[in-house]
Design a protein around this ligand. Sequence first.
Ligand code: AMP
Ligand code: GLY
Length: 417
Amino acid sequence: MKVLVIGGGAREHALCRSLSLDPDVTALYCAPGNAGIGEVAELYPVDALDGEAVARLATELEAGLVVVGPEAPLVAGVADAVRAAGIPCFGPSREAAELEGSKAFAKDVMAAAGVPTGRSYVCTTPEEIDEALDAFGAPYVVKDDGLAAGKGVVVTSDLDKAREHALACGGRVVIEEFLDGPEVSLFAITDGETVVPLTPAQDFKRALDGDEGPNTGGMGAYSPLPWADPKLVDDVMATVLQPTVDELHRRGTPFAGLLYAGLAITSRGVRVIEFNARFGDPETQVVLARLRTPLAGLLLHAAQGTLDLEPPLRWRDDAAVTVVVASHNYPDTPRTGDQIEGLDEVAAQDAPHAYVLHAGTKRDGDAIVSAGGRVLSVTATGQDLAQARERAYRAVARIRLDGSLHRTDIAREAAGE
Ligand code: AMP
Ligand code: GLY
C-alpha cells in the first residue's frame, strides 16, 4: 500500500515512523513534512489546506490511503476532496470535524448524546459574557469558539483577565464551568459506527514545570497511566465515545477518523473538556510507541468502513514518555532559524529506546534548523515510566538549540519520583 500523510509536526513524524515500520506499506509520502519526516518519507511541498492540490497529489502518487494529521485541513474539507477523488482517507469530513472546529457544536452534540461535560454558555455580547462569568464564578474558563491551536483557552481566577480574553475572542466565546481533577487524553479510531479505543495518555499543556505558565499545544506526554482506574477506557467508551459517534451518525454526518476525547477525571466522575477530530500532539508520540498492531491496515479499515473486521489491538507492555523541546519564547513569539545540534548523538547512543521526532524543523544546507514553536518531541520507551523518563531526558540533554525550553517534570509524578 502507498500512503500519503498530510501535515508536518511531530505527530505526523510519529505516524510516518509507525507506517514506515509496517510491512504492508510499500511507499510513504508526506506533504509538507519536515526535516525528520524526510528521512522516512518522500516529501512534497503541497499546501496541506488545499484539498484539490492534496487530492491531485494523492492521485498522481497512486496512494491507496491518505492520512490527514492536523485539524486545519480537516476543518477545511481536505478529507472530502480526497474521498471525492476515489481515494480512501483517514480523517473526518468537514462537517464532522466541526466537533473540534466549533466548541459550541461539540457542546450541542454532547447535550444530544447525553455525554457528561462541563456546563457552559455560548456568548456573543459583552452582557452575555458578564452574566456567564458571574454565574460560574472563579476560576473562570473562557474559550474561543473556533480553532486556536490549543491556545484559545484561558483559565484564570482574575475576572478582568477572563473578561479581556472573552472580548478579544471577537465572535462566539464559550464560558464554562471549571473542571478539577487530572486530565486524560483518550483516542478512538472509528469508521463512523464501530469504535476502537486506543490506550490513554496524559499531556502537559502548560509551558513551565509545575503546570505554570501559559497554555501550549502540549509540552510532553506519557502512557500508560498507572494511577488511572482500570475501568476508565470501558467507561469512556460507554458514556462518551460510542454515544458521540452514534449521534453524528444519526445526524447524517458520520465521524470517521480519530476521535480524541480530552477528559477531566473530576470528583463527580469523568467529564469531557474537549473533542478533537485528529490524533493529539504530543500524545500520539507515546501512544504509537506502544502500539504493536500495524498502523496502515487499521487506518485503512477506518477509512473504508470495515473497522469491524480489525482484530483486537495489540500493545507493548512498555511505557513511553515524550518531552517537547520548544524554541526560544514559545508559545508567545517563538524564534526560528536556530541550528539544532546533537541529533546524531541521540541516534548513535540512545537508539532504539530513545529517538527524536521532529516538529518545526527544516534543512538549511547540511544543518537542521528550527522552523516553529514546538521543535522536537524526544520520545523514549522503557520497562516502566521511570526508565522511559530517564532515557528521554538523557536524549534531551544531548540536544543543543539556542534558547530552547523544555519541561523537566514530564511523567515525574506518575513515575513515583
Ligand atoms: P482545550 O483547548 O479545551 O483542551 O483547553 C485547553 C486546556 O485548558 C485543557 O487541557 C485544560 O487544562 C484547560 N481547561 C479547558 N477547559 C477547562 C475546564 N472547564 N476546567 C478546567 N480546565 C479547563
Ligand atoms: N495535545 C493536545 C492536542 O493535541 O490538542
